[in-house]
Design a protein around this ligand. Structure first.
Ligand code: AR6
Length: 231
């Protein structure tokens, strides 16, 4: 079958049944024709209360850097709601910078159900984690650990016990994780962004000089981690 849903303009439309899709290996819904794709949430802008204008500038700056490097890999910024402020800011700023829409686009949906509910094939997803790399805590971290099951928890523990702000850890997903079998995700990249929420550890107390530097480092680590498994 033609791979319509791998194109942004078709994403979410013409949902095809899993059994009709070309498969690369058992349980993986990523066709050979699909470019390596990283889906990522906006890091630090919800529970960690980072300023949306500043965060959207940094996302677009880092995405632009990444897409100008050689290779066919794609990046997708995901959020749950069509009214997401961060998605509209990034969309507008990316268009202004003429970022190639085939290499970067935004997508509304649950990052743990991009293929099964949105028809979008992504082989790698990013998680806005906590420093302990623990499940729960709400937000995208709780959603990803819930969907990944104990297989994700075990694989994460094998790779790292904790995370510093600005750093990433790439976790290969075991084939018994539902994120692998249902969504075709082969890797989860946990990142820890800067925290501006006084109720959470390592609060930067509105220090946006440090905060912006750490958020840049976070996206650099994330995209480098993705490049290391994608190319
Ligand atoms: N799919 C896609 N995007 C989502 C989903 C989802 N299922 N759930 C949330 N988002 P947040 P942070 C979006 O708060 O600000 C956690 O408790 C959300 O709308 O998850 O980096 C961790 O344990 C927002 O745009 O992450 C940390 O302690 C984005 O994901 C702390 O929160 C990030 O929101 C990290 O805070």
């Amino acid at each position: 079958p033609v791979n319509v849903s791998s194109f942004p303009e078709n994403a979410g439309k013409d949902l095809m049944k899993g059994e009709d899709l070309p498969v690369r290996s058992a349980g993986s819904h990523v066709s050979l024709n699909d470019p390596p794709t990283l889906a990522f949430p906006s890091i630090s802008t919800s529970d960690f209360q980072f300023d949306h204008e500043k965060a959207s500038d940094i996302i677009v700056e880092k995405v632009d850097e990444f897409v100008n490097k050689p290779g066919n890999a794609r990046l997708v910024l995901v959020d749950l709601s069509p009214r997401s402020k961060i998605l509209s800011l990034v969309k507008a700023k990316a268009a202004k910078k003429h970022i190639d829409p085939n290499k970067f686009f935004t997508f509304v949906g649950d990052i743990t159900r991009l293929y099964s509910e949105g028809g979008l094939r992504c082989n790698v997803i990013a998680n806005a984690a906590n420093w302990r790399l623990k499940p729960g805590g709400g937000g995208v971290n709780a959603a990803i650990f819930n969907a990944g099951g104990s297989a994700l928890e075990v694989a994460t523990k094998e790779r790292a016990k904790s995370l510093q702000p600005g750093r990433a850890v790439v976790v290969p997903l075991p084939s018994n994780s539902p994120l692998f079998s249902r969504e075709g995700i082969t890797h989860v990249i946990h990142v820890l962004g800067p925290n501006m929420n006084p109720q959470r550890p390592n609060c930067l107390d509105n220090d946006y000089i440090t905060g912006c530097k750490v958020l840049r480092d976070t996206y650099t680590s994330l995209f480098e981690g993705f490049a290391s498994v994608a190319r």
